[in-house]
Design a protein around this ligand. Structure first.
Ligand SMILES: [Zn+2]
Length: 312
């Protein structure tokens, strides 16, 4: 396990570039959770810096915390949020964390946070989700985790949040992290340093990989796409449905995309759509709340090529 000593923590959004609003206000509540996380991390002996920005526009909001964390030399970056998906929701949606990639130090720590919070607080466990397109996950050189405490519009989530309180949530997050440092056993996370791993996203999303896909669709299906390396609607409209049993270059490109999106459990990009590829596609679909059928259709193509930005 990485030797984590310095932790940068921020609350998401600010009062000019505000977060979600439902039954509770994200920007108000995430600051309470953040303060509690910092309090307990300090008690656990960490060197902690609050990198929450003041009121500013959305671009400054994102870069401020990341830059502060970099200058501080943080080993771990935490960004604390509340989620929102619907106008209103009757019931529970739950707690989750987002990280850059599977099998990393961030992933291992996030898993411990999610499990601890859900165990102690009682939120539904949505697990650890993968998304390398999120600014704070791709721009930080250290391990980084976005924590989605619960959903502000879900009646059951808000009820639990109010009953159990931000202090217990902050304590559980800190305990998840502190515990992960004592427990160094059999964690895939230790193999893989996040610092070496964050370059693939931006290079691959435009350019070569997309050109290869466009060329392949033109060659195999006479799609007549302009080969410009830009994955937009004209490419998306020509994407075929791909599922288990498929073989060839399009499958290979899908596998490469999965690897670059952080779903390393797909294994090698060998052009054979087998069990591992199907499993990785299902995992992607789970992360982006798509129907989980393991089939690469229109929405899955969109998520593979990063047209899911904005989910934050
Ligand atoms: Zn947020």
């Amino acid at each position: 396990m990485g030797n984590i000593k310095k932790i940068a923590v921020r609350a998401g959004h600010n009062f000019r570039a505000t977060g979600a609003r439902g039954l509770i206000d994200e920007t108000v509540e995430d600051r309470k959770v953040k303060d509690s996380v910092i309090k307990y991390l300090k008690k656990a002996g960490y060197d902690v810096l609050d990198v929450t920005p003041g009121d500013c526009d959305v671009n400054t909001d994102l870069s401020y915390g990341v830059n502060k964390a970099e200058n501080f030399g943080a080993d771990l970056f935490l960004s604390i949020h509340f989620d929102k998906c619907y106008d209103s929701y009757e019931g529970s949606l739950g707690h989750a964390c987002w990280v850059y990639k599977e099998g990393t130090e961030s992933y291992g720590i996030a898993k411990k946070i999610v499990n601890k919070v859900c165990e102690e607080v009682g939120f539904k466990n949505r697990g650890v989700k993968i998304n390398p397109s999120l600014y704070e996950l791709r721009k930080t050189s250290m391990s980084a985790i976005i924590i989605e405490t619960c959903f502000c519009e879900a009646t059951e989530d808000v009820k639990i949040y109010k009953e159990k309180g931000f202090d217990l949530i902050g304590k559980s997050i800190a305990t998840g992290i502190a515990g992960s440092i004592i427990d160094t056993s059999n964690n895939v996370a230790s193999e893989d340093n996040d610092k070496t791993n964050k370059k693939l996203w931006e290079i691959s999303i435009k350019g070569k990989e997309v050109k290869s896909l466009q060329n392949e669709l033109n060659k195999q299906f006479n799609a007549k796409i302009v080969v410009d390396g830009f994955f937009g609607d004209s490419t998306l409209n020509e994407c075929i449905i791909v599922k288990k049993g498929a073989r060839g270059n399009i499958t290979r490109l899908i596998q490469q995309r999965l690897i670059n999106r952080g779903y390393s459990s797909v294994g090698k990009a060998d052009g054979i759509f087998g069990d591992n590829t199907e499993k990785a596609i299902k995992r992607l679909q789970e992360c982006f709340d798509l129907s989980i059928d393991g089939i690469v259709g229109r929405n899955t193509w969109k998520c593979l090529y990063g047209l899911d930005k904005g989910k934050f």
